[in-house]
Design a protein around this ligand. Structure first.
Ligand SMILES: Cc1ncc(C[n+]2csc(CCOP(=O)(O)OP(=O)(O)O)c2C)c(N)n1
Length: 358
């Protein structure tokens, strides 16, 4: 593969500049305004997501999970930073790569693995698999694999929040590829004109399936679409949980006060292929091995851990200990999921629609 075929060789010339450069932002996270306890808890949440996704990857590779599994390993700081400002009464929507969105809200490991394995104990009663997670008890109102499909649903949920008048907000997670769907633009327009409390969160991982953003878009900043709809936006390093949380806090505060929607663009990168646990480099994806190695140096987990260690707020073996703990939790959860029954075929048409409009 010629290096100029992949975005890595384009000199990061577009509007994202250094934010799209894996060789930038590899150092410490700025913890000056942050309490150590908060940062350690965010680190734990990120490691929980990473370890859980590594297990999902194994279940997928072995064939035990029979649904397609899209991993967001490397992108953990986005969901963790955003969720830091959400309540279980808010209404959050994801898409095909949503394990992190669900887990960061407090979604259960057993329910996640149960769903991936198609068991009745799963978050969607085993009917949906990895791409149809559902956990209204933690504020996660669903994910679907049709690219962009939940964006207008989240916008409608924002309208419901406004009509309820209880200060709730809706959150829509989507990727840079979804920005190529017309319904994002219709939703941004509607949210802006009606001042809906919706936070649009674009995880700009620079790829849509197999194609680098520089082969699909004249510019690589997605937040420009928010500007076009007169909506405030922040474009941040998506591998810095503090930067994500700080930007989210501002947008959420406005939305809860009735000042309308906000747009967060978190620039990040997925370490694995579009679907499954492999890295994709060998299957015709135009991304350069060097680029992947470089992005691994911009690891959101390692950077936060190093910053905490430098501050003396965590022991040098802190990550290893948390990883061990999370691996034990995942192993137990997978065991419970394996032992749980499959849903009976007679359940097939249950839970598709809900009576009563709640
Ligand atoms: C409407 C629609 N078009 C195409 C697809 C096939 N598809 C699935 S995921 C994907 C890429 C989405 O990229 P992005 O939104 O950037 O999310 P990412 O995979 O990077 O997290 C595509 C094209 C689909 N599922 N739905």
């Amino acid at each position: 593969m010629a290096t100029e075929e992949c975005g890595y060789a384009t000199g990061f010339r577009d509007t994202l500049g250094a934010l799209a450069n894996p060789k930038a932002f590899t150092g410490a996270i700025d913890l000056a305004q942050v309490e150590s306890g908060w940062a350690v808890s965010k680190l734990r949440e990120m490691i929980r997501i990473r370890v859980a996704e590594e297990f999902v990857g194994e279940l997928s590779e072995s064939g035990e999970a029979r649904c397609p599994c899209h991993l967001g390993i490397g992108q953990e700081a986005v969901a963790v930073g955003v969720s830091a400002h959400l309540k279980s009464s808010d209404r959050v929507f994801g898409a095909h790569r949503s394990h992190s969105h669900y887990l960061a809200l407090g979604g259960g490991l057993t329910e996640l693995f149960g769903e991936v394995l198609g068991k009745e104990i799963g978050s969607s009663k085993g009917m949906g698999g990895s791409m149809h997670l559902y956990g209204p008890e933690v504020g996660f109102h669903g994910s679907v694999p049709i690219v962009g499909a939940t964006i207008p649903i989240a916008t409608g949920a924002g309208l419901a929040c406004k009509m309820d008048g209880a200060g709730g907000i809706a959150v829509s997670y989507f990727g840079d590829g979804a920005a190529e769907e017309g319904l994002l633009h219709e939703s941004l327009n509607m949210a802006s004109i009606l001042k809906l409390p919706v936070i649009f969160v674009c995880e700009n991982n620079l790829f849509s399936s197999h194609l680098d953003i520089h082969l699909r878009q004249p510019q690589n900043t997605i937040a420009r679409f928010a500007t076009a709809h007169a909506m405030p936006s922040h474009t941040v390093d998506g591998n810095d949980v503090v930067a994500v949380a700080r930007a989210t806090e501002q947008l959420v505060a406005r939305a809860r006060k009735g000042e309308g929607p906000g747009f967060l663009e978190a620039v990040t990168y997925r370490w694995r292929g579009h679907v499954g646990a492999k890295e994709d480099i060998d299957v015709g994806v135009r991304r350069h091995p060097e680029e992947l190695v470089a992005w691994k140096h911009r690891d959101p987990v390692r950077r936060l851990a190093d910053s905490l260690i430098a501050r003396g707020a965590m022991a040098v073996d802190g990550v290893a200990k948390i990883t061990e703990e999370m691996s034990a939790d995942c192993t137990e959860a997978i065991d419970r999921a394996r032992k749980a029954p499959y849903p009976p075929v007679s359940n097939l048409l249950d839970f598709v629609y809900q009576r009563g409009g709640k």
